[in-house]
Design a protein around this ligand. Structure first.
Ligand code: S6P
Ligand code: ZN
Length: 191
């Protein structure tokens, strides 16, 4: 058996990145433009095509027994009145959980159940120091409601895998918009 060697990764608070970078994935608005409601705002912003978020995956085998871990950073900003957010996904092995630990910024964690029954919805606040548990069978999306980057560590089973298609097509049942200056959860009219 080939032994995997212990490794460290660091969060560079000043430069807002993980070191070493590992596998860096960036998502610009054009990677997810259809996921926002206000398509006029999308068209305007697409002229610059801002980066919405990025995540740094530590290179760990995608195998049972290992713990995948990564640092995600969502830039502050809105598309129309909808805050910058991740695409969102559930795990291919739906019965695998995840831990998020917020290290910078503030936002919300949206979750929607993916059992055979009617989907249920939950939202949790995220701020520096928050340790959030995403139990098995919950799709998850993170949203930056603050003025600085929202950064968090995610840790999940090596074999979990990711499914995007259903959420890419339908979104979550709720949206997070700014209303009267406050983050406000509303029903997704297109769900
Ligand atoms: C992986 C974990 C996170 C996300 C990342 C980006 O299980 O939940 O690392 O991959 O926050 O979000 P998304 O929805 O584009 O994968
Ligand atoms: Zn996940």
């Amino acid at each position: 058996m080939e032994l995997f060697r212990p490794i460290n990764s660091y969060y560079d608070f000043e430069n807002i990145k993980m070191v070493p970078e590992g596998d860096l994935i960036t998502r610009n608005l054009s990677d997810m433009d259809w996921m926002y409601q206000d398509q006029e705002a999308v068209q305007e912003l697409l002229k610059e095509d801002p980066q919405i978020y990025r995540y740094y995956n530590v290179d760990i085998p995608e195998e049972e027994g290992h713990l995948q871990h990564c640092i995600s950073i969502i830039n502050p900003g809105k598309v129309g009145n909808e805050y910058n957010m991740t695409k969102g996904h559930f795990h291919e092995i739906k019965g695998t959980a995840e831990i998020y630990y917020t290290i910078q910024g503030e936002g919300m964690l949206f979750m929607q159940s993916v059992t055979d029954g009617e989907p249920e919805f939950e939202a949790l606040e995220m701020k520096k120091g928050t340790l959030s548990y995403v139990p098995p069978y919950w799709a998850h999306r993170t949203i930056n409601t603050g003025e600085e980057p929202l950064a968090f560590i995610g840790i999940y089973p090596g074999e979990a895998g990711h499914v995007y298609g259903e959420i890419e097509a339908k979104g979550f049942m709720k949206l997070l918009i700014e209303k009267d200056g406050e983050p406000t959860i509303i029903d997704n009219p297109n769900y």
